[in-house]
Design a protein around this ligand. Structure first.
Ligand code: NAD
Length: 499
């Protein structure tokens, strides 16, 4: 429903460093803690998307940005980070209003964002090419890395600015121009970020934002012939569609997708620490993280104890106003997500899982229209149940017993996903042994849900393609060019250039 409240903020698209009206009609942005509409953004049409991409292309082909010295691009990124720090409360507050995650967590993410940009500022100034020893004499060969062109950055709603920074930092550091398409649930934070970038001196067209639904806005962006790379974070099913569409244009593509990550507790684990890690893994952010430790594998000797204690911890979690510092779990982000979480509670019961905690919506008297659910634990799950194989993206733990190390690894790897895994054990040998056998892009040993700009993140299998963050992040936003120089000898045999 469209609210007639005067406090509803109207936004346009952000193109050429200005808010511009769109051809596409308005979309409501709703606060999931109150169900109030508080902003409206355009649902960009293909013509709107074309305008944004054309602007980014122009900025790439004719503008100064790709030709800025790396030191100057780095200086911009540092300045941009400082502006984000100066607006941290505002940016965190917008995201909470968009997705209902805890202000605590969103504020922590925003406080870290400047470091993402300073990290890429550093990488921008590192040597990037090679000189290559040849089988030929009288020739020199070197490589240079050049920006790709226009990058389409398509992001989900769960951590809108952090997941955008993973793309924006390296894309800009390498000299690309960007068109971002945030989730329709969380568009305002990205629009605001683009305004800050413009205020920090980013040339027009280098960072444009189109808002709108996956169809038509997102798909028009992916299909646009002037886009060179699609950097996508979102659901695996959407990733498949995007990869196919990008493939038709032979665009570069990176995909950060879903997960059903195992969090494995061996009998020799430090149990209080492991329980904290289990709670962080599946109830942190209401379970709405791609890396959620949604399958909890517990060795038989400690199984009953872990199930009981995890159930107690889940029941004790304070669900409520995401802005209240005492709250431990906020809302789920949207009505669709709310329905999905409740549906999976029923599916798990129907499939024979044993409900240990939660399993119902949560009532928060001060926020009666909020999208709250109780942290939920299902025990006696078998790995073939839907609750163990399908991503819920909500606060539902599926606890599965295992016999020994081989059994744990077999169950952990029996999934189409491969984003992350946790291992809790007192044995350093076992920790590394199991880490080596897990098919996952990230393995946490006696910790969970840590990420950093300094280390790669991405998935095996249906959890994605490529890696973000880490020292190689910049390379994924470049083309490599090999340059041959004749230093005197020339090609002696015109019909055998390899001689
Ligand atoms: P989603 O796939 O529905 O949407 C993600 C983005 O893609 C949105 O901006 C959406 O509008 C857009 N989109 C949808 N259809 C499109 C299409 N056909 N063409 C182009 N764009 C399209 O995902 P979501 O519900 O916003 O986010 C939740 C999902 O994201 C979960 O599966 C989660 O695991 C995943 N995720 C992954 C990571 C990671 O780093 N691996 C991080 C966070 C979230």
């Amino acid at each position: 429903m469209i609210s007639s409240s005067p406090s509803v903020a109207e936004y346009g698209l952000f193109i050429d460093n200005a808010r511009v009206p769109a051809e596409g009609g308005p979309l409501d942005v709703t606060d999931p803690a109150t169900s109030d509409v508080w902003a409206r953004v355009p649902d960009a049409t293909p013509a709107d998307v074309d305008r944004a991409v054309t602007s980014a292309r122009r900025a790439f082909e004719e503008g100064e940005w790709p030709r800025w010295r790396p030191a100057d691009r780095a200086r911009f990124l540092i300045r941009f980070g400082e502006a984000i720090a100066d607006h941290a409360d505002e940016l965190a507050g917008i995201q909470v209003r968009e997705n209902g995650k805890l202000l605590r967590e969103m504020a922590g993410q925003v406080r870290l964002l400047p470091e993402y940009f300073t990290y890429y500022a550093g990488l921008a100034q590192q040597p990037s090419g090679t000189t290559n020893p040849l089988h030929l004499t009288g020739m020199v060969n070197y490589t240079v890395r050049e920006p790709l062109g226009v990058v389409a950055a398509i992001t989900p709603w769960n951590s809108p600015l952090l997941l955008l920074a993973w793309k924006l930092g390296p894309a800009l550091a390498a000299g690309n121009t960007v068109v971002a398409k945030p989730s329709e649930i969380t568009p305002v934070s990205t629009l605001r970020l683009a305004e800050l970038a413009a205020a920090c001196g980013l040339p027009p067209g280098v960072f444009n934002v189109v808002t709108g639904l996956g169809q038509p806005s997102g798909s028009a962006l992916v299909a646009h012939p002037l886009v060179d790379k699609v950097a996508f974070t979102g659901a695996s099913e959407t990733g498949q569609v995007i990869a196919a569409a990008a493939g038709r244009g032979l665009k570069r593509v990176s995909l950060e997708l879903g997960g059903k990550s195992p969090n494995i507790v061996f009998a020799d684990a430090d149990l209080p620490a492991a329980l904290n890690g289990l709670v962080a893994g599946i109830f942190g952010a209401s379970g709405q993280t791609c890396m959620a430790g949604s399958r909890i594998l517990v060795q038989e000797e400690r199984y009953d104890e872990v199930v009981r204690r995890l159930g107690e911890r889940a029941e004790a979690i304070r669900v409520g106003d995401p802005r209240d510092p005492a709250t431990e779990m906020g809302t789920v982000a949207s009505p669709a997500q709310y329905d999905k979480v409740l549906r999976y509670m029923e599916i798990a019961k129907e499939d024979g899982a044993r409900l240990v905690a939660g399993g119902v919506p949560a009532k928060v008297p001060t926020l009666p229209a909020g999208l709250f659910v109780r942290p939920t634990v299902f025990a006696d799950v078998t790995n073939d149940m839907r609750i163990a194989q399908e991503e819920v993206f909500g606060p539902i733990a599926a606890v599965i017993p295992f016999r020994d190390e081989d059994d744990a690894v077999r169950i952990a790897n029996d999934t189409r996903f491969g984003l992350a895994a946790g291992v809790w054990t007192g044995s350093v040998q076992r920790a590394h042994r199991v880490a080596a056998r897990l098919r996952a892009g990230t393995v946490w040993l006696n910790n969970y849900r840590k990420t950093s700009y300094a280390t790669p993140f991405g998935g095996f299998g249906h959890s994605g393609l490529g890696r973000e963050n880490g020292p190689d992040a910049l390379r994924a936003y470049t083309e490599e060019k090999s340059v041959w120089v004749d230093t005197g000898q020339g090609v002696t045999d015109p019909f055998n250039p390899r001689a």
